[in-house]
Design a protein around this ligand. Structure first.
Ligand SMILES: NC(=O)c1ccc[n+]([C@@H]2O[C@H](COP(=O)([O-])OP(=O)(O)OC[C@H]3O[C@@H](n4cnc5c(N)ncnc54)[C@H](OP(=O)(O)O)[C@@H]3O)[C@@H](O)[C@H]2O)c1
Length: 319
């Protein structure tokens, strides 16, 4: 969507999956984009300023020089371990907000995650803490809480192509999500700047439905590759058991405490859906989960299988 009012935008996290897509969408919408971070995203038409996000002075200066009217943060801890989550998802975003306020930027779009609606993990608490700060900051805000990204649901394509079994927790129907592509998410983030209906709101958002379970994804992969269907069922209790043991040992070893948090992250995604949580009914509601965009996960699977797309999973991969 071409922006009615082009803005001068400072973008954080432009080297990440969602951030890169947001940079492209913002540029295509006609905004002037400055990516700020420790690495150049190398996107044509997007300027880059190198700097540490932990250091507020150069960030503030960059926003001033760019005459930023809006800030978009797609920053995210690359590991999800507690110390990094609080440093990036909370403190770095707070520093960005302070710089925005100091330089007169009026608007901030924050990439969060749908799973923070039921926060149990350190990175979810860190994200929630910053969401609260942003909501009371006085800036016009949009808090984008997407469902699962394609990259996080594509880790088993190669396994199936190699004739290996598809791994499932339980019967593979414990959870579901409405996957959203990078491109659609980037466009949605960009729309947040211009569309008043997306202002001062927390926005859970999925891709086009229907909701898919891991079993649906496995079934499709066997059909698309022509391999004979083989599933290996991993009991959910096994993951929680490992997490429990590591938690106990984590009290005496920081290294094991980190592993315990990673096990808890695995357990969370194995047992919780990436759909809107209905607090009153105490269940996930696929129909009520908002949808946006056109790209479908199974088309992406086809592209991976045929070699037209390459999976860049990063560190947030579920498997
Ligand atoms: N994966 C999913 O299915 C999913 C679903 C819903 C929501 N989300 C949420 O979406 C968000 C973004 O995910 P993503 O996959 O796009 O993340 P990502 O690819 O890991 O990108 C993270 C970005 O943050 C930057 N960053 C991290 N630590 C930094 C540091 N110390 N200093 C400077 N920059 C730093 C990275 O820069 P560098 O390149 O310099 O490291 C990168 O640009 C996360 O909050 C995640 O929880 C993910």
């Amino acid at each position: 969507m071409r922006a009615a009012t082009p803005q001068s935008v400072v973008l954080l996290g432009a080297t990440g999956t969602a951030g890169r897509a947001a940079a492209i969408a913002l540029k295509e919408a006609g905004h002037t984009v400055l990516a700020y971070g420790r690495r150049d995203p190398g996107i044509g038409g997007v300027a880059f300023h190198s700097g540490e996000i932990a250091d507020p002075a150069p960030l503030t200066q960059a926003m001033r020089d760019h005459r930023a009217t809006a800030v978009v943060s797609c920053l995210a801890s690359r590991t999800g371990v507690p110390s990094d989550a609080w440093a990036i998802d909370h403190r770095a975003n707070s520093a960005v907000l302070a710089a925005a306020q100091a330089t007169g930027a009026r608007q901030m779009v924050l990439l969060s995650a749908i799973c923070v609606q039921k926060p149990r993990l350190a990175f979810q608490h860190a994200k929630r803490a910053f969401e609260e700060e942003l909501m009371t900051s006085g800036l016009t805000y949009s808090i984008v809480r997407p469902t699962a990204f394609f990259k996080s649901l594509a880790g088993q394509v190669k396994r199936v192509q190699l004739g290996k079994p598809y791994l499932l927790f339980g019967d593979g129907r414990l959870t579901a999500c409405k996957p959203i592509s990078d491109r659609d998410l980037g466009r949605y983030i960009s729309n947040c700047l211009d569309d008043p209906a997306l202002h001062n709101r927390t926005l859970p958002i999925g891709g086009p439905g229907p909701a898919l379970s891991p079993r649906d994804m496995g079934d499709y992969l066997f059909e698309a590759t022509g391999k004979p269907p083989k599933f290996r069922h991993v009991p959910l209790g096994l993951v929680s058991g490992i997490g429990g043991v590591l938690s106990g040992l984590g009290r005496i070893s920081p290294k094991l405490a980190t592993k315990a948090e990673l096990a808890r992250i695995g357990q969370y995604y194995a047992s919780e859906s990436m759909l809107l949580w209905d607090e009153a009914r105490q269940c996930y509601d696929a129909d009520a989960t908002p949808e946006f965009g056109e790209d479908r996960l199974f088309d992406y699977y086809d592209a991976l299988i045929s070699g037209r797309a390459v999976l860049e999973r990063g560190d947030h991969a579920v498997f």
